[in-house]
Design a protein around this ligand. Structure first.
Ligand SMILES: [Zn+2]
Length: 204
């Protein structure tokens, strides 16, 4: 991966517009990031509207989540850096608040994970070649304690190393990591669509 900070900013701004158009980062919800070549991370500044981002709304943090340029990062920054530390293949992380993901996390109130199978669309996940595959990702309880949440994420991936870099936080949202911003956005679209299928099936 060779990507300048300016290129990372361009990609995050573009993703913000697209994600907002789908209604998945309403108001100031969500946060978007990109791993940089020097090991730091470009990430959205706290409280900015993701559909109206400008270059100044992106900042740099270290892999420990600490700001490198005096701006204030989102409170959820540790979830981004946590996923980069866990998964070396992940270069972009998109955290959104999409409707089907949030509602399904409540409908499956006691579930610690969701397993999807039988859907042709599962082939969007790297390495999946058939609708018969089973894809499982975690549902974590929501908390304002990001360090505690990241400890749960770390435990999940230690126990489930093949699980994709995708997880839900109940009543909160969806976090997706991928090799590129576009790939993370496509996976976000696919997961939200798959979970909308699951919700719809649950009505019959
Ligand atoms: Zn959030």
């Amino acid at each position: 991966m060779t990507l300048s900070y300016d290129q990372a900013i361009e990609e995050l701004l573009h993703a913000g517009v697209r994600l907002h158009a789908r209604g998945w980062v309403a108001a100031t919800g969500g946060n978007l990031s990109h791993r940089l070549d020097d090991g730091s991370v470009a990430i959205t500044v706290s409280g900015r509207h993701k559909g109206e981002l400008v270059a100044d709304d992106i900042m740099r943090v270290g892999m420990d989540g600490a700001p490198l340029d005096g701006k204030k990062p989102s409170a959820e920054t540790p979830l981004h850096t946590g996923l980069y530390r866990l998964r070396p293949e992940v270069n972009a992380v998109l955290h959104t608040h999409p409707r089907a993901s949030v509602v399904l996390s409540f409908v499956r109130a006691d579930a610690a994970s969701v397993t999807l199978t039988g859907y042709e669309f599962l082939k969007v996940f790297p390495g999946i070649e058939s609708h018969d595959a089973r894809v499982t990702f975690a549902i974590f309880p929501n908390t304002q304690d990001m360090a505690a949440l990241q400890r749960q994420v770390n435990s999940w991936y230690a126990a489930n190393p093949a699980s994709p870099p995708v997880y839900l936080v109940r009543g909160h949202g969806l976090t997706v990591g991928a090799a590129t911003v576009d790939a993370a956005r496509y996976t976000t679209e696919a997961v939200e669509e798959l979970l909308a299928y699951e919700l719809e099936r649950g009505r019959f």
